[in-house]
Design a protein around this ligand. Structure first.
Ligand code: AMP
Length: 456
């Protein structure tokens, strides 16, 4: 099917027939044969729910609000119809022209989205570029000089390039704002608005966000026209697929506890989250001292060091990657066996994002959380959000002696160790399920997301 964005103005609403797809895969979504070939090369057999729901509307040129997080296949959902649109009736590019702009919050995500466009567009004759800060600007200026069909960019570097007149946005036909809620959390909203002001009014716009805080709702009203709304896997549901447990432990003993748990050998690909960059470095140092291969990834690392760390983690040479939340955004690593919340996040949604790293593509996963005295309030907020109490590992070598919420009588079990599987070896633990889940959607205190945003 030929993309007919320009006819779409006459279409008042989504047609039901476009939301259906053949059970055998991508064939019914209106994508070109060359895209289908590229998808086969990638080993994709069937669309994910967001792809099934979004693509038929996007090939019709509709604006879209996608409520979905990383891991749902949202990149292909927007990249595939865009590639076909850009390849149709293609005129020669003008110098510094951009036809599709994808704005993302982090350089890791920028690299991954760029790579996805190249993979999916391997049979299209289109030009792609990626720009982000922390690396020299010269090569990026050069890449843009002849014009590109697709530019993936982080906001700060794009504004630099705009101010140097190295890129022109007045011909943008498709605009994608990815991870809008993270853009806000990271303090990029003003930059994003400046970039939007430089775009032409006549364009197709797509906005993706895992959550919908009020500022994102405002943004959708400002940039989307009569959008189709597609929502997949509500965020809190991610938690249901993950085997979660809590270790009450003093702050000073968290590193020893982590090393002890790793001795077990079942945590073959573990992502550890710390609150700070220095915290991440300290954890890596202590793990190395204890004889474990580990690497850190955070904003203070040079791009090359981050890519090397990620590469060794992906190919299994380094089984433990220690990351801050911002550095881990958009990390695309399948098969993470364990997520460790070395520090509990003060924004409860972040907990759900983190543990969702280990339950990709319908698989289960294990999430272990260390909770010191100061973090107990965070734990309560998390449990309210996910609507369940997280089982506590009651017997472990570094258990905090400070009492925690009393257990419900007779609800202890010495079941499978939370480090995964039923084999009771090494650090297999007793798990205690505490009294009833806190009420879902109960009003939260004034901490958390709002405060995190203000301080960013
Ligand atoms: P995303 O949410 O876009 O970051 O995608 C998450 C992961 O799913 C990436 O590793 C993609 O390569 C992969 N993926 C996306 N769509 C499909 C599909 N239809 N079948 C299999 N894997 C997919």
């Amino acid at each position: 099917m030929t993309p007919n964005r320009h006819q779409s103005a006459a279409i008042s609403g989504p047609s039901a027939s476009h939301t259906e797809t053949t059970p055998s895969g991508f064939a019914g979504l209106g994508l070109s044969d060359r895209l289908l070939r590229a998808l086969a090369d990638c080993g994709y057999h069937a669309p994910t729910p967001i792809q099934t729901q979004a693509i038929p509307h996007l090939v019709q040129g509709k604006d879209l609000l996608g409520i979905a997080q990383t891991g749902t296949g949202k990149t292909a959902a927007f990249a595939l119809p865009t590639l076909d649109f850009l390849a149709h009736d293609r005129a020669p590019l003008h110098p510094r022209e951009v036809r599709c702009l994808v704005l993302v919050p982090t350089r890791e995500l920028a690299s991954q989205v760029h790579e996805s466009f190249r993979d999916y567009g391997k049979h299209h004759d289109l030009r792609y570029a990626v720009v982000f800060g922390g690396v020299g600007i010269g090569a990026q200026q050069k890449a843009l000089s002849r014009g590109v069909d697709v530019l993936v960019a982080t906001p700060g570097r794009l504004l630099d390039l705009m101010s140097q007149r190295s890129v022109v946005l007045r011909d943008v036909e498709v605009f994608v704002l990815d991870e809008a809620d993270r853009m806000l959390d990271m303090g990029f909203i003003r930059d994003v608005r400046k970039i939007i002001d430089a775009l032409p009014k006549d364009r197709q716009s797509l906005l993706f966000s895992a959550t919908m805080p009020v500022e994102v709702v405002q943004l959708t009203k400002a940039i989307l026209i009569d959008p189709v709304r597609v929502e997949v896997a509500p965020q809190t549901k991610t938690a249901d697929k993950v085997e979660q447990s809590i270790y009450f432990v003093e702050k000073a003993q968290k590193r020893e506890l982590l090393a002890k748990l790793l001795e077990d050998g079942k945590m073959f690909r573990t992502l550890v989250f710390t609150r700070t960059k220095h915290g991440a470095d300290r954890v890596v140092r202590s793990l190395k001292a204890a004889g474990f291969a580990a690497a850190a990834i955070h904003g203070n690392k040079a791009q090359g060091a981050r890519e090397r760390a990620l590469g060794s983690f992906k190919d299994g040479k380094v089984p433990v990657l220690v990351a801050t939340d911002i550095a881990a955004r958009g990390l695309d690593v399948d098969d993470i066996s364990h997520v460790v919340n070395f520090d509990l996040p003060n924004v409860p949604e972040t907990y759900v994002h983190r543990i969702g790293r280990t339950a990709r593509a319908g698989r289960g996963g294990v999430a272990l959380s260390f909770c010191d005295q100061e973090e107990r309030e965070y734990l309560r907020d998390i449990e309210k959000l996910i609507g369940q109490s997280v089982p506590v590992v009651v017997e472990h070598a570094y258990r905090s002696t400070v009492p925690f919420a009393p257990a419900r009588g007779g609800n202890q079990k010495g079941g499978s160790g939370p480090t995964g599987g039923s084999g009771q070896r090494g650090n297999a633990q007793k798990v205690e399920h505490r009294a009833g889940p806190p009420k879902r959607n109960a009003p939260r205190r004034g901490r958390g997301r709002a405060r995190a945003r203000r301080s960013s």
